[in-house]
Design a protein. Sequence first.
Length: 331
Amino acid sequence: MLRGPQGTLFGKNTTGGLVNVTTKKPRLGESDIEARAMYGSFDRYQLQGAVNVPVGDTFAIRGAVSYNKSDGFYENGATYGPTFGFVEDVTGLEGRGNGDNVGGDDSVNGRLKGLWEPNDAMSLLVQYEFVRDRSDAVPSFNDTPKEPGCDPFGAGIILGAPACKFVWNSIGVTQPSGDPIDNMATTNRNDGFMATGRGQRIDVDGFYANFDWDLDFATFHAVAGYRTQDSRLPNTYTGAVPVKDNGDEISLFDASRDDDRETTQFEARLASNNNETWNWWPAPFSSRTTPRSASPRCSASTSSSACRVRTIRPASSATRRTRCRMPASAT
């Protein structure tokens, strides 16, 4: 545990400090296999495995992999209606979601490490990691404040009633009652713009190297890394999905965050080994994040990430997505 701020080495969200978790390194001269399995509610299971293999006296390899799968603990049960619109086949619709579990996990990740220690003063650690995430799109909950009895769009449909302040209330997509977990919503839309029904896609590949050399008067450290990330994160932001009489879903406000980028980092440090009243530590550092492909929809954010957001059929509302998903790490 490190007391904050730690922004220089660990990023902007470490003002109060951080818990630094490092994965296991290969062990020289030891052979072992680890396995772990877990099963829980919502048909959730996790399989993990790791193996350590020595190669001679100075080199060892360690591999670890983890697979996570679940149906999701949210229920696609958001209510809607009666809807109001200016087209006949979307007016007067009432119902709720199909009740399926949504927001499930389906991801695999792992890493392969190699450690070389030719002597007590020198070591080289190289690593490859990957993530393949095909989990469900994260569902949303309609948190628009309720306005019972309001007049849709202030069009005089309900005489004497105040005009609805929010579009969702005007069209009959109001905040459901009950536990939000049981009243989430997502579409099964799969077309040229969106692939919500197929879920999200996150592909990560990373290559890293750490070199340490004890020079008696100082210790030299060098760290280099290259990481690519391609992600497609479609979502339904309305918190409700009305369905026509013919079974077609009405996608009121869908968006997809598409993120293709690569990051390269390098750091070198020479830290003094004396125990005097002062120590020296020169440490040049370089980091660069760039888009992996040129696109008119890509723009660089303040964190130098390349992302694009495709918004389909927008409307004003107050909805929220209730969680962020992080793939469980391999041992």
